[in-house]
Design a protein around this ligand. Structure first.
Ligand SMILES: Nc1ncnc2c1ncn2[C@@H]1O[C@H](COP(=O)(O)OP(=O)(O)O)[C@@H](O)[C@H]1O
Ligand SMILES: [Mg+2]
Length: 378
């Protein structure tokens, strides 16, 4: 049997859990270039998520022992997620050509004299435990070439979602929101617009003790403070031109605590945060969207009905839908993307788009971690 399947793994900035997708890619000329064979999300245990968020959010001194241990623990969790997916699908590791693992981002600092990005989840552990060639460390080659190292998904979006004549946008609503602009006759554009869910999650955790505001119901119960929203929107990140990327190290509780006036009801803060996400996305689309008339959303934020409704209100005349309408489950677009990037790496094809990341040129993305050799069957 020739291995023709690819497996993608990611835990995004929300650190809510590991998304895994087992994917088959058809010939690019085929009408459906991507087929998801199986997919699942494995939530992080509470303790692991808490430790990830502690290291990812604060600049507190980090003990190297904590960092090293977490690197291996996340690698083990990623391997378990991949194996559970294969078991559920009844697919043997030998049928998988490669596994692409994004890992868990702890820091993303694309600016300064020595820009860096840091993802953990030891790929050697994944390769060893899964018995599958693993590709990881997808971002640093782009950073080394002067790029942002992010976002990386626009290449997949362009390959599977672009339309020949209609300008479209793909909107990933993870912890951070990323927009990809697919306009016929133009280079692909893609950038982080700012927060999608990360501030909503953090505020819900503080005031509801819950990992998220289910469906955005709490935000919908509050009142938007328009004056405060206008102040928040003055953060220079929102008006900075692309290429740009961001993360939890900017949009976190410290950012919020410095900007929430005393006495405002927590539900009103949540309502205003939700509209901060929606408005900053809509503003970015108006500024850079090349008249895109269709927006296809993916990522966990599609389950926040109040956020989706706010986006529709902010974008009159634009079709706001999810990637389901284009044949891909919105919960697994990112995981499919890392399977796709692993395949590109094996094929010797660049994974970045310099028009998106600002890199000096196309680069091969990812390093290879071989599977342990298997005993030959006779
Ligand atoms: N039912 C839901 N109601 C509200 N928010 C949700 C729901 N499901 C997922 N989310 C949001 O989506 C986030 C996870 O989305 P995901 O695409 O996995 O982001 P990331 O890539 O940053 O991990 C959660 O942190 C949460 O904020
Ligand atoms: Mg996630």
């Amino acid at each position: 049997m020739t291995a023709s399947l690819y497996l993608g793994l990611i835990s995004g900035t929300s650190a809510d859990g590991i998304d895994a997708a087992l994917v088959e890619f058809a010939d690019p000329s085929a009408t459906a270039p991507v087929r998801v064979i199986a997919a699942r999300t494995t939530p992080y245990p509470d303790d692991l998520r808490a430790r990830v968020l502690a290291l990812a959010t604060r600049d507190a001194a980090v003990a190297l022992d904590d960092y090293g241990t977490l690197d291996v623990e996340i690698g083990e969790a990623f391997a378990d997620a991949a194996r559970a997916l294969l078991d559920a699908a009844g697919v043997a590791p030998a049928a998988v050509a490669a596994l692409g693992s994004h890992g868990q981002t702890l820091r993303h600092r694309p600016h300064g004299a020595h820009p860096f990005t840091l993802q953990i989840g030891d790929p050697s552990v994944i390769a060893e435990r899964c018995g599958i060639l693993t590709v990881a460390d997808f971002r640093r080659a782009d950073l080394a070439a002067g790029g942002q190292g992010a976002p990386l998904l626009p290449a997949l979006h362009a390959a599977v979602f672009a339309h020949a004549t209609i300008p479209r946008a793909v909107l990933n609503l993870g912890g951070i929101a990323n927009l990809t602009i697919l306009a016929p006759g133009h280079d692909v554009l893609g950038f982080d617009t700012g927060p999608a869910n990360c501030l909503l999650d953090a505020w819900a955790m503080r005031h509801l003790g819950a990992a998220r505001d289910e469906g955005g119901a709490w935000a919908a119960s509050g009142r938007v403070d328009a004056a405060l929203l206008a102040v928040w929107l003055r953060d220079p990140y929102f008006s900075a031109p692309p290429p740009k990327s961001s993360g939890r190290e900017v949009f976190n509780l410290d950012w919020l605590d410095a900007r929430v006036p005393a006495g405002l009801a927590p539900a009103d803060v949540q309502a205003t945060l939700l509209h901060l996400s929606a408005r900053s996305i809509a503003d970015a689309l108006r500024a850079h969207g090349r008249e895109a008339s269709e927006v296809y959303a993916c990522g966990g934020g599609v389950h926040n009905a109040a956020l989706m409704a706010a986006l529709r209100t902010e974008l009159p005349g634009v079709r706001v839908d999810t990637t389901t309408a284009l044949g891909l489950d919105p919960d697994y677009v990112e995981a499919v993307g890392f399977a796709w990037l692993a395949r590109a790496r094996l094929a010797g094809k660049p994974g970045n788009l310099p028009s998106v990341t600002g890199a000096r040129g196309p680069r091969l993305l990812g390093a290879l971690y071989p599977a342990p050799s298997r005993p030959r069957s006779r």
